[in-house]
Design a protein around this ligand. Structure first.
Ligand code: ATP
Ligand code: MG
Length: 570
């Protein structure tokens, strides 16, 4: 039995140049280190080194799931279309859902997630409250025909996901299961070496923590976040931050000439005031056809997600529509607009009495306009996208901004699927009731790349020990040397006996090539064995993270490394 791996026998085709297909550092490095290969858009193969890391991430997940009583299993990747029709998602899930037909022309879908499959699975078998709660999970490839697959494993079409589904008898039970999953997810992030924040997600419901996303902090992340030292963190799309209001100029409502470009920035400059003291107007057509004018603090954007909750699938007004409704582009405002226009203002402006708004005439604004007196506001809504500096809704301190990669999400589903699919059980009083469900997903392959995105340098990947493909690389400088090679083998043997995962670079390559590859592949510790060192009875150990090198006696090096490695395994 071999106890350690040999580089010469490891399929890890490295690349010297940055691959042109990759933008993100993590994507480039995984390709360059010979860990992944692209088969087609959004379809990747995991090569042996990456696969070892993937299995470690999965192992962490398995341990944490077992600790809270979730049971692993596996359902088919392909799901009968009827299940999706039953749940109602057949009609609402967009083209991301890969639909196909078999030879009998039966509809099938390639599972992007499996609420239907699991609900269907338990619906005739879990019959009594006495059998609850039950949480089932699997680790399996999912398929989503993403419109823009990109960034390698970050947004693939086929990707590895751990997905869990919980079935409880009542809301309190579901809440408890959800809290346990959430806590496990935090531990999983930590044990994989990720710096991640639990972030309140937009779950389409009002208030309450019914869904949390775990965001690995990274500048390259697709999600914009706001967070606070008090523990609050939210997607800018879901955050309800408080925005301190700034009043506009003028004590009386009057028209003023503003010969500046029709943008908030130029208006603020012309008036010599902050953008926030101006009011931004945006004209849209709500899903039901209503023309709507949205008024916001000038320095904030309309949050698309909040606007969709309020107006459905809305469109920005065309120039012709603006003309129809008496709105003048760049100088829009509620005064002088057509009566049919519904005026909706951000809730942060509710106490404000002096507004600087467009006059619906090119080159003119109105200052000192007072809502309720000079114009009517039909509705006050939370519409602004939160941003850095807004007040934390929990403690009031200024929020900070960050970007994140969504690695996982926990979600309270309630009875959405159980009701639609008739999945019921008998409660204590003998009454049929739908299950209270939760679902919990982790992007396993995305997690792998998120770790690399957070942990790399100019030379390559810097794996945290917990998910490194190998923990130690032994690098003998002259493989053919009759004094050095036996020592390398012995060090490998000793390390392996102590349970350390070792790879030895037994290739007849120059020292420079071996060092570069070890750095690129990112093994946490490198043991360099040269002729002189061996003669003096020492090895040089390099810590990949800090770059520190130290000489350790050959007869102590295995114990020395084993101690460090074990301490860093979380
Ligand atoms: P996103 O908003 O990034 O598209 P999502 O919210 O649609 O993701 P979920 O349905 O919550 O994704 O899936 C659970 C997890 O699966 C996500 O947290 C993410 O880590 C992972 N995931 C989702 N889509 C992809 C993808 N296209 N490629 C890789 N991982 C993905
Ligand atoms: Mg999600």
């Amino acid at each position: 039995m071999r106890t350690y791996a040999k580089m010469s026998a490891t399929y890890a085709p490295t690349l010297k140049e940055d691959p042109v297909e990759a933008e993100l550092a993590s994507h480039k490095l995984l390709l360059r280190a010979g860990m992944i290969r692209r088969a087609s858009a959004g379809l990747y193969s995991y090569l042996p080194l990456a696969w070892r890391s993937i299995r470690k991430i999965e192992q962490v997940i398995r341990e944490e799931m077992e600790a809270i009583g979730a049971q692993e299993m596996l359902v088919p990747m392909v799901v009968p279309g009827e299940m999706w029709q039953e749940s109602g998602r057949w009609d609402v899930y967009g083209p991301e859902l890969l639909r196909m037909q078999d030879r009998h022309e039966r509809d099938l879908v390639m599972g992007p997630t499996h609420e239907e499959t699991f609900t269907d699975l338990v619906k005739n078998e879990l019959r009594s409250y006495k059998q609850l709660p039950v949480t089932l999970y699997q680790i399996q490839d999912k398929f989503r025909d993403e419109i823009r697959p990109r960034f390698g494993l970050m947004r693939g079409r086929e990707f590895i996901m751990k997905d869990a589904y919980s079935f409880d008898a009542d809301v309190e039970g579901m809440q408890k299961t959800y809290d346990e999953q959430k806590a496990a997810y935090a531990r999983i992030c930590e044990r994989c070496g990720l710096r991640a924040l639990p972030v309140v997600a937009d779950s389409g419901q009002i208030g309450g923590d019914t869904s949390v996303e775990f965001m690995a902090l990274a500048d390259a992340g697709e999600a914009a976040l706001v967070y606070c030292d008090c523990g609050f963190a939210a997607d800018t799309e879901a955050a309800r931050a408080s925005i301190a209001v700034e009043e506009g100029p003028g004590d009386v409502c009057e028209r003023i000439e503003t010969p500046c470009e029709g943008s908030i920035a130029s208006l603020a400059e012309f008036m010599g005031m902050s953008e926030r003291a101006c009011r931004k107007s945006l004209a849209i057509i709500a899903e039901d056809g209503t023309p709507v004018l949205c008024l916001l603090p000038g320095d904030h954007e309309l949050c698309e997600v909040k606007a969709e909750h309020a107006f459905g699938h809305y469109d920005v007004m065309s120039d012709e529509q603006m003309e129809t409704y008496g709105l003048v582009k760049g100088y829009m405002g509620p005064i002088g607009a057509d009566e049919r226009v519904r005026v909706v203002a951000d809730v942060s402006l509710r106490e404000s009495k002096r507004w600087l708004i467009g006059a619906n005439e090119s080159g003119w604004h109105i200052q000192g306009a007072c809502p309720g007196v000079d114009f009517k506001v039909d509705e006050w809504l939370d519409l602004a996208e939160a941003k850095e500096g807004d007040a934390c809704p929990k403690c009031g301190a200024p929020l900070k901004a960050a970007r994140g990669i969504e690695v996982s999400q926990v979600f309270q589903l309630g009875t959405k699927y159980s009701e639609a699919m008739g999945a019921t059980f008998m409660d204590v009083n003998g009454k049929e009731k739908p299950f209270q469900m939760g679902c919990y997903g982790i992007g396993v392959s995305r997690t792998l790349q998120a770790v690399v995105e957070q942990s790399h340098d100019e030379q390559g990947i810097v794996w945290p020990v917990c998910v490194a493909p190998y923990e130690v690389a032994v690098v003998p400088l002259s493989v053919g040397d009759k004094d050095v090679w036996p020592v390398a083998e012995q060090v490998c043997d000793e390390l392996a006996k102590k349970g350390v995962e070792v790879i030895v670079d037994d290739r007849k390559e120059r020292a420079g090539v071996k060092f570069a590859d070890a750095d690129l592949m990112g093994f946490p510790y490198q043991v360099v064995l040269g002729r002189r060192g061996v003669k003096n009875g020492v090895a040089e150990v390099k810590d990949r993270k800090t770059g520190e090198r130290q000489e350790i006696a050959l007869d102590e090096v295995a114990a020395w490394l084993a101690e460090r490695v074990m301490a860093e395994r979380l």
